[in-house]
Design a protein around this ligand. Structure first.
Ligand code: FAD
Length: 505
């Protein structure tokens, strides 16, 4: 074991939405900061830019093997690199809706109230949108909460292939709105992420050290177990020990929970920060179904996603419970739809025999239907020896099915209205629900709250049990909402950064 002879004020583990954002915010303090990231720099052509094509589906698989509840192995679709999952994400940065912070009744149960409210997060949402150069439009989405600042950039216009479709959706009395997107305004790397807006600016400060290919394997406490004393990492097969005053985990909700569980010791036999028994529990992943709409004319297959529809978010006159969010995929040649929703491929092939995948993709528009997953303590990250298990049973299924069927009805009406461009296929819309290995929107494994018996983290995302240990990724969510989590992770990292700056003076 190599003992690092430096002592850091902060050690941040992970460089995704949480870790990358926190690093850039703390860098300005001049404090000594060490960032440990298990991945390396991702080549431009591997990122979420327009040449991501449907055939390279393995791109989204991590080298890890995890196991489902029945012990079946799978490769998780998650990304280990500087920037974490924001290197491959859709760059849609949406705020949770104001009611998402309240206790909400769903058909299958209640999603819990957050200990902090939308008003507490709002200033940080605005800062996050500035930092990540969000291109958006405060328009007529009935669910959009109030913003104290405008989006810093205008929303991108709808691409040609979806313009008529958007109009036909609006004609049904719905409110298609522009998706808020993080964009760099650079052609070689157009989408904004936590490397571009977080790590790159942070490492310009001389007080910040970034070590890549550095996988943290264990946290060691002091003799009383009240603080983390050292962080053990493997770098190129060699074990290292690093020392810091404040340790921040930002490995993503599954890996942060796994690291805490893996750091069990005599003083913490059930894992670090796990006095509540909740570390790893209440794992949520927004339930997602992809829907493909076939078109008669072809498109380039490479255009920016831009459409958001939230009219069903809280339910409608036929179903009084939340159903969720709809967004388009953008061009199918650049979306992860085939990687995340493989059954769609076989359905498409049956619907259009004789067509190659590429030909199918450019004669289609894609949609994602997203529904809130409810927290269930039995949905969890669990370790058996070295093996990581995800016990996960889908819930809120009826609400999701309703959303999918509502959207199919909308598409049928669209297809009638836009006759010239849409292929009439007797109302067939190939679709597929994402499987377990799609962990894109993972959250909830170390929920925050005031009560140490019912939460892992306090309101500053410090563990209740260890004074100098924080978790600043999507782990802290008490409920998932139905929109993507990234903006809330970023906003929360800015909020926690403010607390950490005050803590170290
Ligand atoms: C294909 C895809 C599309 C998505 N699209 C959207 C979208 O459009 N909008 C949205 O809101 N969300 C989207 N998401 C989700 C979004 O990317 C995540 O919510 C967000 O990145 C979570 O941030 P995080 O900080 O929790 O974790 P991550 O971004 O996953 O970062 C975790 C980091 O920790 C590192 N790490 C893990 N374990 C260790 C370890 N032991 N030692 C050292 N480093 C470690 C990882 O390499 C990674 O860099 C998408 C995700 C995917 C995969």
């Amino acid at each position: 074991m190599i003992i690092d002879d430096q002592h850091y004020d902060f050690i941040i583990v992970g460089t995704g939405a949480g870790g990358g954002t926190l690093a850039q915010s703390l860098a300005k303090t001049g404090k000594r900061i060490l960032i440990l990231e298990r991945g390396g720099a991702m080549a431009l052509e591997e990122q979420n830019r327009s040449n991501v094509d449907v055939f390279k589906r393995d791109r989204y698989r991590a080298p890890d093997q995890w196991y489902d509840e029945a012990g079946e192995p799978f490769s998780p679709q998650t990304n280990y690199a500087i920037g974490g999952n924001t290197k491959i994400y859709g760059a849609v940065l949406m705020r949770l809706r104001e009611r998402d912070f309240e206790s909400v009744e769903h058909e299958e149960g209640r999603s819990p109230e957050w200990p902090l409210k939308y008003r507490d997060f709002e200033p940080y949402y605005s800062q996050a949108e500035q930092l990540y150069q969000v291109h958006g439009q405060m328009a007529d989405d009935p669910t959009e909460p109030a913003h104290s600042a405008d989006y810093p950039y205008e929303a991108v216009p709808h691409a040609e292939p979806v313009k008529d479709v958007v109009e036909a959706i609006a004609q049904q009395g719905l409110h298609p709105t522009r998706l808020p997107l993080s964009l760099t305004r650079q052609t070689d790397d157009p989408t904004g992420d936590s490397q571009v807006f977080g790590i790159d600016p942070a490492v310009k400060s001389p007080n910040v050290t970034l070590k890549t290919d550095a996988k943290v394997v264990c946290l060691h406490t002091n003799s009383t177990g009240s603080e983390v004393r050292a962080v053990e990492a493997t770098i190129n097969g060699q074990a290292f020990l690093f020392f810091g005053d404040v340790i921040v985990l930002a490995c993503g909700a599954i890996n942060s929970a796994a690291l805490l569980l893996r750091s069990a010791s005599e003083l913490h036999p059930d894992g670090l920060a796990n006095r509540s028994g909740l570390v790893g529990r209440n794992l949520m992943k927004v339930t997602m179904t992809s829907i493909v709409q076939l078109t008669s004319s072809s498109n380039e297959g490479k255009f920016q996603r831009s459409v958001s529809v939230n009219d069903f978010y809280w339910g409608d006159d036929q179903y009084p419970y939340p159903m969720g969010h709809i967004q388009n995929t953008g061009g199918l040649l650049q979306d992860v739809i085939f990687a995340e929703s493989p059954p769609v491929l076989s359905v498409l092939a049956k619907v259009m025999p004789g067509f190659g995948l590429q030909q199918l993709a450019v004669r289609s528009l894609g949609w994602w239907a997203q529904t809130e997953a409810l927290p269930n303590p039995n949905n969890r990250v669990r370790l058996e020896g070295d093996k990581l298990y995800l016990d996960y049973t889908l819930n809120n299924v009826e609400a999701h099915d309703r959303l999918v069927y509502r959207w199919l009805e909308v598409l049928k009406t669209v297809d009638k209205a836009v006759k010239s461009s849409v292929l009439q296929r007797g109302g067939m819309y190939p679709r597929g629900e994402v499987p377990l290995q799609v962990v894109a929107n993972q959250c909830g494994t170390c929920r925050f709250g005031e009560d140490p018996a019912s939460s892992v983290l306090d309101l500053n995302c410090r563990t209740h049990d260890l004074d100098n240990l924080y978790v600043v990724d999507s782990s802290f969510f008490p409920s998932s909402g139905a929109v993507g989590p990234a903006l809330t992770v970023i906003a929360n990292a800015l909020r926690v950064a403010k607390h950490l700056k005050a803590r170290v003076g």
